[in-house]
Design a protein around this ligand. Structure first.
Ligand code: HAM
Length: 428
């Protein structure tokens, strides 16, 4: 009796071989790009103590209230959480290993995150980010550099639809004064609010400004703006950032209602948005989080960072018709079984020693079916090792990508060199 199949967990995707070349292409561009700004790789565990995210991201955020994958460890009653973002873990590692002890640090990561959200286009329960953090910098020069860095990435990737929105959230005291007025504004109009906003009124009123409910548009447009509450120092920081962006030719829009969904931000926040992806159009979000390192037990250290949603960027690239052919090998080695199989096996190893990418046919099949496989593998050349070739210590080399399908016999000692020369020529 057939056993029941087990499917992937809802909202969690497989990256299949056909899509992998585009991901690999993207990841390679990203690795070059972060290096060109002096960022170094950091990899933190996928699991952290739940407390890290509760304290780091904030108790009354959507992530902590309802989206974390949290469970108890088997051996103790320790509560652990699959990371929903990179920043808290990066800061935890920086404190634990005194990373900013001697100098500020620029670090980056890439990998999977987990949030129990409602799966839809552009929103998954396991997704990936490229995360970039600059620890120990007061800005606004580094703020501008990170934003300009992103403008450069979109150019490298050929994404033309990304637009930038920025805001300044000020410092805690400034936000506290704004909060008082915001609560009183919404209290007076309580009957116009939806259920979610009423709940936020007592927990996190600023997040009401983030509501996507069209019925609230006018109410939100008339709400008190944080800009009016900024101190001179905050204003100078924001002006400094805008001057630098203007000087660098990076276009932006100030959106006074941009608040972000995590609690650790102060001063600069920003998002890059595209209209190409429907309702989940934010490609990247970030900002300054000067209070966080101290909140997690470190010495007060200013910092700023951002994260790019990889699935969303990949969808943008796919929509723009960005095609990456399946990764292909240089050579496909075919044989006739029997004594020819170990000879083919060895020849393939020697070709790999010489630096070539090689598939050696595995298992038994007719020469015809092997040649078909060689063709679909995308290899430039088939290397055929039959009984005649074994007897003559040679191989037959067949070009698979030229119309003439030229074929020649080559002694095994010079097989690698011959193929390398031919590949160089085919490339020209
Ligand atoms: P975030 O805004 O929560 O920020 O996420 C950043 C980006 O990750 C989003 O703009 C989106 O592209 C992508 N993303 C978030 N959730 C999902 C999801 N469920 N499915 C697919 N993509 C998603 C942060 O995570 C901050 N830690 C960024 C940061 C770094 N701030 C300072 N440093």
């Amino acid at each position: 009796m057939a056993r029941e199949r087990i499917a992937a967990v809802r909202g969690m995707n497989d990256l299949l071989p056909a899509q992998a070349p585009l991901w690999e292409w993207f990841e390679a561009r990203v690795a070059d790009w972060v290096r060109s700004y002096g960022y170094q790789l950091i990899r933190t565990p996928v699991l952290e103590h739940t407390e890290l995210f509760v304290r780091g991201i904030g108790e009354v955020t959507d992530i902590v209230e309802k989206e974390m994958y949290t469970f108890e460890a088997r051996s103790s009653s320790e509560k652990l959480t699959l990371r929903p973002e990179f920043t808290a873990g990066t800061v935890r590692a920086a404190i634990e290993h005194s990373l900013t002890y001697d100098a500020p640090k620029r670090v980056w990561s890439m990998g999977p995150l987990f949030r129990h959200e409602r799966p839809q286009r552009g929103r998954f329960r396991q997704f990936h980010q490229v995360n970039v953090e600059a620890l120990g910098f007061t800005g606004p020069d580094i703020d501008a550099e990170q934003i300009a860095m992103l403008a450069r990435l979109w150019k490298i990737l050929g994404i033309t639809s990304a637009r930038l929105e920025i805001n300044c959230l000020g410092q805690l005291e400034e936000r506290a004064r704004h909060r008082v007025d915001l609560i009183s504004y919404f209290e007076q109009r309580r009957k116009l609010l939806d259920a979610d906003s009423v709940r936020r009124l007592t927990t996190n009123p600023m997040r009401i400004l983030d509501s996507k409910n069209p019925a609230l548009t006018q109410l939100l447009a008339d709400a008190p703006e944080i800009t009016a509450y900024l101190s001179d120092a905050s204003r100078r920081h924001f002006d400094g950032l805008q001057d630098l962006l203007n000087a660098a030719g990076v276009a932006f829009k100030v959106n006074a209602r941009l608040v972000r969904g995590l609690d650790y931000y102060n001063l600069t926040v920003f998002e890059w948005i595209t209209d190409e992806l429907g309702s989940q159009g934010t490609l990247c979000g970030g900002g300054r989080y000067d209070p966080l390192i101290e909140r997690l037990g470190g010495k007060p250290t200013p910092a700023i960072g951002f994260a790019i949603g990889v699935e969303r960027v990949i969808e943008c690239l796919t929509q723009a018709g960005h095609i990456n052919d399946a990764a292909h090998v240089d050579v496909y080695v075919v044989h006739q079984g029997g004594v020819t199989a170990p000879r083919a096996f060895l020849a393939a190893e020697q070709l790999r020693d010489a630096g070539l990418d090689v598939i050696c046919h595995a298992g038994e099949a007719s020469l015809k079916s092997q040649m078909k496989k060689a063709d679909t593998s995308g290899a430039e050349f088939a290397v055929i090792i039959g009984e005649d070739e074994v007897a003559a210590d040679s191989a037959t080399v067949k070009a698979l990508r030229t119309p003439s399908a030229e074929q020649r016999i080559v002694p095994l000692q010079i097989l690698a060199d011959t193929l390398i020369d031919a590949l160089v020529q085919a490339d020209q």
